[in-house]
Ligand binder design. Sequence first.
Ligand code: ZN
Ligand code: ZN
Length: 359
Amino acid sequence: VRPDRLARVRESLSADPLAALIVTHPPNIRYLTGLQVSAGALIVSAQGAVLIVDGRYTTAAQAVLDPGTDLFVAAPSIDEAIASALRPFGRAAIGIEADSMSVARFARLAALGGAAQDSWQLVHTSAVVETIRMVKDPDELAILREAGRRLSAVACRAREFVREGRTELEVAAEVDHAVRTAGFERAAFDTIVASGPNAALPHARPGGRRLRPGDGVVLDFGGVYDGYCVDLTRTLTIGTVPADFRRLFDAVRDAHTAAIEAVRPGMTTADIDAAARRVLEARGLGETFSHGTGHGLGLEVHEAPRISATAPALPVRAGMVFTIEPGSYVAGQGGVRIEDDVLVTDGGCELLTDVPIEL
Ligand code: ZN
Ligand code: ZN
């Protein structure tokens, strides 16, 4: 259990004010306790914390306990154990994680409170722990830096993987093998290998298409290292590069550079997105950039903050880690995306991934 991180949750609770928060989103449980579970709960209150797991995780849970945290083994279910742990709070306001709790589970927990007049009051909260997770602490940064180094070493071998005559699926299998042998526990998401016209789809799935001369190939892959996700994209070509494709590539590379130069405390997430978008708009490619500029990285591969024009603009703070990944996609023809991972520092940013950007 991480008392420093729990203390920050308690500060949010007293600001709200809530007597306790039921944390059920597994990455949030891991962040606060160090315990990786597929299901469970952590009830955080001013008085302490109660960790609830089922029999599969009892031994692992005992290993992370500290004097401020009690362990309840789910019996007969996690939700009934939550109800037992909440009984001492009487009719208090108890927060739930509304972004990830199902409606069915909410109804079940509400019913377990008993008759309405003496039941606890379940209150929707959003992103309490996720907001704290946005700014990484030194332990997390050490892991993310190492993960970035390892993923970069795999990306530096992209030319070995992307070769004429191979299918997208064959390339993806080689990338996945390289990610595993680089020390990652798993891929952070399904590897994207999108060649030729398929590259016009930002989230294309690799298929049986064989790579051929003149193709642009988008390679987007990530790894999970000690629980933390890193994510990288490079676009390569096979044979002679058509002039149109070079124009797209140069525009995306310049948008990527402009966005990275905009990363520093004092800017907002929207400012960074705008820096990338302005470059593409100036080249008449604004319409071809159909997604946000980036997303936070950590225990999840897509987490806060979103670097996007459509998400709320958040102030950029030192310790945030997110991707910068502008792209340009032309239906029927192809696409380009270039993605790196950055850590915001006091004066700007540090690149966690470091791989040449060249066709
Ligand atoms: Zn990616
Ligand atoms: Zn990404």
